[in-house]
Write a protein of this length. Structure first.
Length: 446
């Protein structure tokens, strides 16, 4: 298995089309067969209307076909065994491309742990420190292995099933009627009724199906050794012909006894169905685990504010909102800022919205690439979420810090009296930055 790593907005190219090529974070060059599999995958999903154009764009440059990665991150694995890791485009201190790549992976996985309604919270910090250079797929596999360990420690789900059999040894109690009928002249057999603990259910079948797939997928000796050891604990559990059908059946039957499988089933969905936060699918590739970076950024920043904001009551998206307009007696178009920070007994607000977009401070004439729709959105927030005394709240737009956007912009004002101010701030994702300081520096000046 060969692994390539590129940053979002990078290109994937066919190495046969180029004489001198060297893969880096901006462009990776893969063999012709793998490249064509990715092209087929993109075209197939486009025909199905799966909005894959949000993640990839096929284009020509000097007559050669190329694939541009947009702002989706994660990994792709072709049928030929080529793995392409797509990591966020993040501004870091190091000029060493290898260090930059590995630090970006760690930041991506750190952010992924806060993604709502996902199993990725089980990725722990220790997993990122095992080796200097690690593969994202192997971290995912290791997370699944650790969840299986937790299950085995607590005991796998099973039930006692009644058996009535003619066997060579005494077990349970004798079925006297059938014993006389069948074994009167055969003293070596016993017709017995007994109960046997049976673990061959859809939950354990799903776990075993996933372990078998991961054993064949992983290139890590440590992961494969752990999986092999775990498979021995499922020796009496069958692998099913349709692993996805078995998974879906397990997901439908939820109760208190199956709660211990909740995270495992979410992980199995990732590995067996390639499901992350996309519906991309196809036979052209083995794995497609992709995430919209905008969603990851939003959930991560919201989690950081909830954890580290000092002296503020933090309300995240969906918990509190006003409506933009009223039609008759009904309110319409609910406004849901990503973060509402309340202070002074709910007397004052700071409204904070996150946008995963790469701004450019050199493009002043183009408004630094800020979308006018974002400006309108914050204007609506400012007019609806007024402070208790009628004054205007503080407004903040957070974008990721990059090499081209590294300092706060001069503030914007929506009126001549400068009552409604909007700050546009770069959010530093570097591992060298303390999250608590980053959060409170934003709030203190708002």
């Amino acid at each position: 298995m060969r692994v390539f790593t590129i940053a979002e907005y990078g290109n994937i190219s066919n190495q046969d089309d180029y004489q001198d090529y060297k893969s880096d974070l901006n462009t990776c060059y893969i063999d012709s067969k793998s490249f064509n599999q990715l092209v087929d995958f993109i075209n197939d999903n486009a025909l199905k209307g799966n909005e894959i154009d949000k993640a990839f764009k096929i284009f020509r440059s000097k007559g050669n076909l190329n694939i541009k990665v947009k702002n989706y991150v994660g990994l792709l694995e072709t049928n030929t065994g080529i793995v392409i890791e797509i990591i966020p485009k993040i501004s870091l201190m190091s000029d060493d491309p290898n260090i930059h790549k590995e630090e970006s992976k760690k930041i991506f996985l750190k952010m992924l742990r806060h993604l709502k309604n996902s199993p990725f919270i089980s990725i722990n910090k220790a997993q990122l420190k095992v080796t200097k250079y690690f593969k994202i797929l192997e971290v995912f596999i290791n997370s699944y292995v650790q969840e299986v360990d937790k299950l085995l420690q607590s005991g796998i789900l099973g039930d006692y099933i009644r058996h009535d059999e003619n066997i060579a040894f005494l077990k349970g109690r004798i079925n006297i009627g059938q014993q006389i009928k069948q074994n009167t002249f055969n003293k070596s057999r016993f017709r017995c009724i007994y109960k046997k603990f049976d673990t061959n259910n859809i939950y354990n079948q799903t776990v075993k199906n996933t372990l078998v797939k991961l054993f064949n997928t992983s290139s890590s000796h440590a992961n494969r050794a752990k999986i092999l050891k775990q498979l021995n604990q499922f020796i009496n559990v069958e692998c099913t012909d349709d692993s996805i059908k078995t998974l879906e059946a397990a997901q439908k039957k939820n109760n208190r006894l199956t709660d211990k499988y909740k995270v495992l089933l979410k992980w199995s969905e990732v590995f067996l169905k390639g499901k992350s936060f996309t519906n991309f699918a196809g036979n052209s590739i083995n794995n497609c685990i992709l995430f919209p970076m905008e969603r990851i950024f939003e959930d991560f920043v919201s989690a950081q504010f909830r954890k580290y904001a000092e002296g503020y009551k933090i309300i995240t998206q969906g918990k509190k909102g006003y409506y933009l307009v009223k039609q008759g007696d009904r309110k319409k178009f609910r406004l849901k800022p990503d973060i509402i920070a309340e202070i002074d007994n709910n007397m004052n607000y700071a409204i904070i919205d996150t946008k995963w977009k790469l701004l450019d401070q050199t493009r002043k004439r183009s408004n630094f690439d800020i979308s006018i729709s974002d400006m309108y959105q914050l204007y609506a927030y400012g007019n609806k979420f007024k402070n208790k005394d009628g004054s205007m709240p503080s407004l903040v737009l957070l974008y990721p810090k990059t090499d081209k956007f590294h300092t706060e912009l001069e503030p914007y004002f929506y009126d001549e009296n400068q009552n409604l101010k909007l700050r546009v701030i770069p959010y530093n994702l570097s591992l060298d930055i303390k999250d608590r300081e980053e959060v409170n520096n934003i709030l203190i000046n708002s």
